[in-house]
Design a protein around this ligand. Structure first.
Ligand code: XIL
Length: 349
C-alpha cells in the first residue's frame, strides 16, 4: 500500500490547472456512481470542470421502447454538473454499439432516417443550452473493414449510406445551435499502419464534411493509450493535429486512459509507466492550440471500463486513471497536472 502524500493531496486540482491555461479537464462517469458513491462524486466535483456522460446518454439508456425517451439518469448527471459548476458533455447520438434490444426488429430502411432525426432532435433538444459539446457520431471510420468508403459497416450506414453522418450533424446543429459538435473516434494515436490508415480516412472525411458545409466543429480523439505500445511518434501526431486544426476544427482528447494490461504487476513501476504515457502524450498534443479539452474515461481506478474490457492476465486490478481505487492521486495525476502546468495558454472561450 502506497503512503499517502499530504502535499500531493493538497495540490491544486486538475480542472483548476487546466482552467489557468484556457483548457478543460473532465472525466466520464454515470449517474449511478455519482448517486451511490459520495466520496467518488466529491472527487469528480473537485478535480473536473467538465462532466462526460459515460453511458447515460447512449441509445440503450435513453430508449426503453421505440416510442419512449427516459431522461432520468441523464438529467441526474446534468443536475450534478450544474450544482458543481461543471460543464456537461453528451455521448453519443450515433453509435453502432449500445443500441436498444428492440432496434433490430423495429428500425428499417424505410424508417431509419425518421428514427435518427427524431432521436437527435429530442435528445439534443432536451439538453439544448446546457451542453458544452456532443459526440454526434462515434466510431464511424473503418478503413480496413468491409465498407467501400472507409466507413464502418453499421446499421445506420446500411440503411442510409454515408449520408447518415451529414443528417446527424445537421439535425444536432438545428436542435442545439450552441453545442460544439464532435466527430469522435479511436486508434488515431500511434505510428503503426492501422492508426495511419485511420488518420488518413478521418482527415478525408473531415475535409469532405467541411467542404459540404456540414456543421462539424471538432474532432474527438478517444486516446485509449497502451503502456506497452512502443510506436509513438510525436512528429506524426503533431502533424495530424495540425492538419485537423487547418480545417478550422477544434480537437478534444475525449476518452483518455492508459491500458496497463502487459505491464509488470508491481504498483510503483506500473504507475510510473502509465504516468509516463500520459506525460509524453499530453506534452505532444497540448502543443497544438486547437486542442481545447483533456477528458479521461473515468477518474479513479475504482471504476474503469478496462477492468472488464482489458483485464490483466494476473488478475490484478488495472490502474489506468489519475486517481487510485482509494481516490488518492497517483503518478498519472501528477503527469496530467504537470502537462497542464507546462501547456501554452489558449484564449478563454
Ligand atoms: C464504454 C463504457 O465505459 C462501459 O461502461 C460500457 O459498458 C461500454 O462502453 N469507446 C466509447 C465509449 O466511445 O462509449 C465506451 O464506453 C468505451 C470505448
Amino acid at each position: 500500500m502506497a503512503m499517502v502524500n499530504p502535499t500531493l493531496e493538497a495540490a491544486l486540482p486538475l480542472g483548476d490547472r487546466a482552467d489557468v491555461k484556457g483548457l478543460l479537464y473532465g472525466a466520464a462517469t454515470t449517474a449511478r456512481k455519482i448517486q451511490q458513491d459520495s466520496a467518488f462524486a466529491a472527487a469528480v466535483a473537485r478535480e473536473c470542470n467538465l462532466l462526460v456522460a459515460e453511458n447515460d446518454l447512449k441509445w440503450r439508456a435513453l430508449r426503453p421502447t421505440p416510442e419512449q425517451f427516459d431522461f432520468t439518469r441523464g438529467d441526474a448527471l446534468a443536475a450534478f454538473a450544474q450544482a458543481h459548476n461543471l460543464q456537461f458533455r453528451g455521448h453519443t447520438c450515433v453509435w453502432h454499439n449500445a443500441l436498444p434490444d428492440w432496434f433490430e426488429q423495429v428500425v428499417t430502411h424505410q424508417n431509419a432516417e425518421q428514427f435518427l432525426t427524431d432521436h437527435i432532435r429530442t435528445v439534443v433538444g432536451h439538453y439544448a443550452g446546457k451542453m458544452h459539446s456532443w459526440d454526434v457520431v462515434n466510431e464511424a471510420i473503418d478503413p480496413v473493414g468491409e465498407g467501400i468508403d472507409g466507413l464502418r459497416d453499421t446499421p445506420w450506414h446500411r440503411f442510409l449510406g454515408a449520408d447518415y453522418i451529414d443528417i446527424a450533424f445537421h439535425t444536432a446543429a438545428a436542435a442545439d445551435p450552441n453545442a460544439l459538435l464532435v466527430l469522435n473516434d479511436y486508434d488515431l494515436d500511434y505510428a503503426i499502419p492501422r492508426d495511419a490508415a485511420k488518420r488518413e480516412a478521418i482527415l478525408r472525411l473531415l475535409q469532405e464534411l467541411v467542404a459540404r458545409g456540414v456543421p462539424v466543429h471538432a474532432l474527438g480523439m478517444q486516446a485509449h493509450l497502451r503502456a506497452s505500445e512502443p510506436n509513438f511518434d510525436p512528429m506524426i501526431l503533431r502533424d495530424f493535429l495540425r492538419q485537423v486544426a487547418d480545417l478550422g476544427l477544434k480537437i478534444l482528447i475525449t476518452e483518455l486512459d492508459v491500458v496497463d494490461q502487459d505491464l509488470p504487476r508491481a504498483l510503483h513501476t506500473r504507475d510510473l509507466a502509465v504516468a509516463n504515457v500520459y506525460q509524453t502524450y499530453l506534452d505532444t498534443v497540448l502543443q497544438q492550440p486547437a486542442v481545447i479539452a483533456v477528458l479521461t474515461w473515468g477518474l479513479s481506478d475504482r471504476y474503469t471500463w478496462l477492468a472488464g474490457f482489458r483485464p490483466r492476465s494476473d488478475g490484478a486490478a488495472p490502474r489506468p486513471l489519475p486517481l487510485d481505487a482509494l481516490l488518492y492521486r497517483k503518478p498519472a495525476w501528477s503527469a496530467i497536472a504537470s502537462a497542464f502546468d507546462q501547456a501554452p495558454s489558449r484564449p478563454h472561450l
